[in-house]
Design a protein around this ligand. Structure first.
Ligand code: GLU
Length: 407
């Protein structure tokens, strides 16, 4: 008999009901609301939440997009991107990453997040496993869940990087069910950067076990001090064969809203994945693709200026954090995040990173993302992609908040 539909959930897929809300986006909504209320009182929230460059997209890139629109470059394109953009990516990979690819190896999609999702869909059958090293970026595990796969969380060592012994034991336990490993260097949320030795060790484990490496390199440019970025695929032909290099213009060129990300991989993977794009997204936004061509081929000076600014901020925020009693923190070598351990403040009504973060927001008007969202409850993530005066104000408030908790 026909029933009145009131309970929508009953009709939705288990897949979508199981999916968690993105904590970074959820926090942003909450902060927007609180910020609106505070404005009336002449106050504001210091936003260390979402990882989004505070810089504007450089002018040469904006001009390229405007020109594309004026020239009516506004129609569908090839689903995995225009050849001019693929060529710019091929050139960039050769120039910056020591990687030799052709146009047939490139897939352009709607931002790093969408291309990662497309990869997971391409590899994961129901109950297949994907190795996700902790602490991980919030969407990795959920994208696996959306494909009905199983995210296997890999523990971390003292440097917030993969605990290789745990990695090996998971591989032993789950065997050929494991399809891929997600590697993210420089890492979100830790800012950790893998060196050559570490990369080689992990890559050879993957080669030996036919585990594909999804190498998310979206923060590659923001690297500090003596650290260097190495693309996993550059470690030799065997590793290249099983590696999908993921990158985007979002972070490097302050282009988060333009939604252009890309993959470089074996041509047989790309040709199969093209069907996903054909059937789901059609193509990445056409004017944004032209903007990305200019981003990759044009003057890179603005990128270096942003990098220098992030490095200054990192130094400042690290100094402030490590001077607070009860905070443990490793020095991030890249990206624009710092990931302090705040667990010594878990007392009374602060029982975990969610409580710590929500009290920090409600009492001190400082937004951070709870570490539990990244797979470890002892930490919180601070994004320092915000102006230095805001960082100073935010750290004053943070320090006072911690002092009150200790006192
Ligand atoms: N990747 C950024 C972050 O971690 C942007 C938000 C998101 O996509 O989750 O904050």
């Amino acid at each position: 008999m026909k029933e009145n539909i009131t309970d929508m959930k009953k009709y939705l897929s288990e897949r979508v009901l199981k999916l968690e809300e993105s904590p970074t986006f959820a926090l942003e909504k909450k902060v927007d609301m609180l910020d609106g209320q505070l404005k009336a009182k002449g106050d504001y929230v210091v936003r260390f939440g979402i990882g989004q460059p505070d810089f504007n997209t450089p002018d040469n890139i904006k001009v390229a997009a405007k020109t594309a629109i004026d020239e009516n470059k506004t129609k569908y394109t090839a689903s995995t991107g225009i050849k001019e953009l693929k060529q710019a990516i091929v050139d960039k990979l050769a120039r910056d990453n020591n990687l030799d690819y052709g146009l047939e190896n490139i897939f352009v999609g709607n931002g790093g997040k969408q291309v990662l999702d497309a990869i997971i869909r391409a590899f994961v059958n129901t109950r297949d496993a994907v190795l996700v090293p902790k602490p991980y970026w919030v969407s990795y595990t959920q994208q696996v869940v959306l494909s009905e796969g199983i995210p296997l969380e890999v523990d971390f060592n003292d440097f917030l990087k993969i605990d290789v012994e745990h990695l090996k034991s998971l591989i032993k336990q789950h065997g050929s069910r494991i399809k891929c490993l997600i590697l993210n260097s420089p890492g979100n949320p830790t800012g950790a950067v893998y060196n050559l030795k570490e990369l080689k060790e992990i890559a050879s484990i993957c080669v030996d076990n036919n585990i594909f490496i999804i190498s998310d390199e979206v923060y590659e440019i923001f690297i500090f001090g003596n650290a260097a970025h190495i693309s996993a695929a550059s470690l030799g032909d065997e590793v290249k064969n099983i590696t999908l290099t993921v990158n985007a213009v979002s972070k490097t060129y302050a282009m988060t809203g333009w939604r252009i990300g890309y993959i470089a991989a074996h041509k047989d993977i790309i040709s199969q994945m093209t069907k996903i794009q054909d059937q789901s997204a059609s193509n990445p936004c056409t004017p944004a693709q032209w903007a990305a061509v200019e981003a990759l081929n044009g003057d890179q000076q603005s990128v270096e200026l942003m990098r220098l600014e992030y490095e200054k901020r990192r130094d400042y925020i690290y100094k402030r954090l490590t001077s607070i009693d009860g905070i443990k923190c490793s020095l991030p070598e890249g990206a624009f995040y710092v990931f302090p351990d705040v667990s010594s403040f878990y007392k009374g009504d602060i029982k975990n990173s969610f409580d710590f973060s929500s009290q920090l927001l409600e009492k001190a008007y400082v937004a951070v993302v709870p570490g539990a969202a990244f797979g470890d409850d002892s930490f919180v993530r601070i994004s320092y992609a915000t102006a230095i005066d805001k960082i100073k104000e935010g750290m004053d408030r943070f320090e006072k908040f911690c002092r009150n908790l200790s006192g």
